[in-house]
Ligand binder design. Structure first.
Ligand SMILES: [Zn+2]
Length: 221
């Protein structure tokens, strides 16, 4: 693994201030990366030490009573419904770590893929809590790729299976590609295994290549 998350992302995550899509991507990278796990642990320890040394803040006098009242409230019906246990096939368990696996909710072959070009399929994931974010999971056949594009915002892509190259670098399992508006790139899956990746964007992609300009008219990324 060569491409890690920036410290800013890891700090946001450790502080609990990362958006839900970003948290999902960071946590899934951490499942594969001891190096970033150690950094997050250090940031969490540092954050805890800062909290301990901060002056105690005033607490509403009725806080204890309101917490006790809440405990007496009947449990909401939804939380009593047992969720169906999710069964994943061997490939899915091997390639997709938690927490992403539970968010996908089904084995790779059973996902509701939609085709967005030759050899490229995507599933849009509904990860609440963040305005303007798109969270997508891609399956790109070896040798195929998404059209050349740049971004209004940032795009973070975490590779789970196979690998891709985009003229900037080669990204294999666990690697994170970080692209912002200055980057024009065209990820192409390397020949061989299907490339699976999780991508989050905080702005619409602007497709720029000759194919992209054409596709841009028809596709709203
Ligand atoms: Zn890392």
């Amino acid at each position: 693994m060569q491409h890690h998350l920036n410290d800013e992302y890891l700090m946001d995550y450790a502080a609990g201030s990362a958006s839900q899509p970003l948290s999902l991507l960071v946590a899934t990278h951490l499942a594969l990366c001891p190096e970033c796990r150690a950094k997050v642990a250090a940031y969490e320890a540092l954050g805890g030490a800062l909290l301990d040394s901060a002056a105690p803040s005033a607490v509403a006098p009725d806080l204890l009573q309101s917490v006790l009242d809440r405990l007496d409230e009947p449990t909401a019906p939804e939380s009593r419904i047992r969720r169906q246990p999710q069964v994943f096939d061997e490939t899915t368990r091997r390639l997709i770590p938690e927490p992403l696996r539970s968010h996908l909710g089904a084995s790779l072959d059973a996902l509701a893929w939609s085709s967005i070009g030759r050899g490229v399929h995507q599933v849009e994931l509904d990860i609440g809590g963040a305005e303007g974010f798109k969270t997508r999971f891609y399956r790109i056949r070896g040798g195929c790729g998404v059209p050349q594009h740049t971004h209004d915002g940032s795009e973070l892509t975490l590779v789970l299976g196979g690998s891709f190259s985009d003229g900037i670098g080669r990204f294999g399992r666990g690697d994170v590609s970080i692209a912002d508006g200055d980057v024009v790139h065209q990820p192409i899956a390397d020949p061989g295994d299907d490339c699976y990746c999780l991508a989050i964007t905080d702005g619409p992609l602007k497709l720029t290549g000759p194919v992209g300009r054409f596709l841009n008219i028809f596709m709203r990324y």
